[in-house]
Design a protein around this ligand. Structure first.
Ligand SMILES: Cc1cc2nc3c(=O)[nH]c(=O)nc-3n(C[C@H](O)[C@H](O)[C@H](O)COP(=O)(O)OP(=O)(O)OC[C@H]3O[C@@H](n4cnc5c(N)ncnc54)[C@H](O)[C@@H]3O)c2cc1C
Length: 490
């Protein structure tokens, strides 16, 4: 076992979009950077690579008026998001978008008339992670960042896992890492934790999200195990909003069938149906938009969070009538470009269960639901739809629900898909990690899925993982550079 020390200005743990952005920006500002990733090769085993590549500011364009973004950020986080973080994010989204383009990464619309921009090339394809080949925009962009980083003198250490922080006095001065050569230390003036979230750590998921939340479907690679969060906590860093995550509702059969995740999602169909337990009773607002939210785009995230916190997240079934299920085929809209992601027909085509019956009682028998409970629940739901009182149901329903009344009827067992966790190490607006008393820990930064304080909440509270990671990666690098230049000058 070797125990050598390596020195740098900055050591970054994780080479997803947050780590790579920080690394490239720090390098542009003249800093010596070492980037570690436990994955086998550059650019690591990151979710950024396998993501869909939608570059957004909470599903709005990154160049949206910052004042609009600030108001929306407060709304989607139900007051849980720190205003200072939302504000700095809003003020830097357009700049982050321009920086990505300046790096040579192509970001563009995927359909005429849409303001939604994706890392290029956008490759619509079949569901299933096998679709994530290296010709896709997100993978290409991460490879481009990593190649440039190495070409311009950055040190990239693959198969290298950071396990703890080195501290001196009251600050952080490096990390302990394990690579092919064994244990070694990287000493640096700043450490940036950028290792994703804790979605692949079942213990942390149970502790923070819900006692049975590890029964959701992990809708991510398995490399995000909360290492950075735990390293920070071990030296007194504060964590926040740990119970919230970004995800979508999936077919329950995605648990065993890799063709059924990360797409198609059941979020859209559920907006036109109901979600019931084995007793036939509804359990959460299927629209998930929160009654009164101005842009109800977060529905599947909100619903996934609500179901993940129940006693058994695998115990729920989507109930739809014929027009709702037929209407969930995406067509005659810009979404046709994503047509292969439509739950109908993809779930049945790719081996997921879709039960069909002429009436609700027969459907309940097929799907293993209490028939009397289901019939009574749908009757009460339909009456509320016709009376315009769904907001007053025992389990209130937002959006513009339809009655479930035209057979045949459909039942699809579903489960929340956990893509990545939204909570993490509490940071300042320039990504410095804070202690419980909120003072910053000198030399320690967190970005991307490792940072917390901005995102989360029962309405979804999602800011767009790629855009948010880019913003805070830039801010962290710029703060580190400013401190180091100041220190050198002094
Ligand atoms: C299927 C899917 C689709 C998505 N689509 C979108 C989308 O269209 N738009 C969007 O904005 N977001 C999307 N996301 C979310 C987005 O991918 C994440 O928000 C983003 O990747 C977070 O970036 P990150 O750099 O923080 O973490 P990651 O990209 O997860 O990278 C973390 C890196 O840290 C490494 N690591 C972990 N632990 C250690 C350790 N101890 N030592 C060293 N290295 C370590 C990992 O190997 C990994 O390479 C999607 C995610 C998934 C899974």
């Amino acid at each position: 076992m070797s125990d050598t020390a390596v020195d740098a200005d900055v050591v970054i743990v994780g080479s997803g979009i947050a780590g790579l952005t920080t690394a490239r920006r720090a390098q542009q500002l003249g800093l010596q950077v070492i980037l570690l990733d436990k994955g086998a090769e550059a650019p690591g085993s990151s979710n950024a690579r396998v993501s869909q590549g939608f570059m957004s500011a909470a599903y709005l364009p990154l160049d949206t008026d910052p004042e609009v973004l600030k108001a929306y950020g407060r709304e989607i986080t139900s007051g849980l998001g720190r205003e200072e973080l939302i504000d700095v994010w809003a003020e830097n989204c357009a700049r982050a978008s321009a920086w990505v383009t300046d790096e040579g990464v192509e970001v563009d619309h995927i359909m005429p008339g849409s303001d939604q921009r994706y890392l290029q090339p956008f490759v619509p394809g079949t569901p299933g992670l096998r679709f994530y080949d290296r010709t896709r925009g997100p993978d290409r962009a991460m490879t481009m960042y990593a190649d440039r980083f190495v070409a311009e003198g950055g040190r990239y250490l693959a198969q290298t896992r950071a396990t703890s922080l080195l501290t001196e006095d009251d600050g952080v001065v490096g990390v302990v890492a394990w690579g092919v050569q064994g244990r070694f230390e990287v000493r640096a003036k700043a450490v940036v934790l950028a290792d994703g979230g804790f979605q692949a750590n079942a213990d942390m998921v149970r502790t923070h999200i819900g006692p049975a939340a590890d029964r959701v479907k992990l809708r991510s690679l398995a490399s995000q195990t909360g290492d950075g969060i735990r390293m920070g906590q071990a030296i007194g860093a504060a964590v926040v909003n740990m119970e919230w995550f970004y995800g979508h509702m999936l077919s329950l059969d995605a648990i065993d069938n890799d063709d059924l995740w990360p797409y198609p999602a059941m979020d859209g169909p559920l907006k036109n149906g109901v979600l019931v337990g084995r007793d036939g009773r509804r359990v959460a607002d299927e629209d998930g938009s929160g009654i009164g939210l101005t842009r109800p785009a977060m529905s599947g995230i909100a619903l996934s969070n609500a179901i993940a916190k129940t006693a058994d997240p695998r115990a729920y079934v989507a109930i739809l009538d014929s027009p709702a299920w037929a209407g969930s085929v995406w067509k005659d809209s810009p979404a046709q470009y994503l047509g292969t992601f439509s739950a109908n027909p993809a779930i049945a085509r790719d081996g997921g269960r879709v039960f069909e019956a002429p009436d609700l009682a027969s459907l309940a028998a097929l799907a293993g639901i209490d028939a009397e409970g289901l019939v009574a629940e749908v009757e009460a739901f339909n009456a509320a739809v016709h009376a315009g009182t769904t907001g007053e149901l025992e389990v209130p329903r937002g959006g513009s629900p339809r009655a479930i009344e035209t057979g045949p009827f459909y039942a699809i067992p579903v489960v929340p898909g956990l893509t990545y966790t939204l909570g993490g190490l509490l940071v300042t607006p320039d990504a410095q990690v804070r202690r419980e008393d909120e003072t910053p820990i000198p030399g320690l930064f967190a970005v991307g899925g490792t940072m917390g304080g901005m995102a989360g909440g029962p309405l979804g509270g999602y800011f767009g993982g790629l855009g948010e990671a880019t913003v805070f990666g830039l801010l962290a690098a710029e703060r580190i550079a400013a401190d180091l230049v100041g220190a050198r000058a002094g």
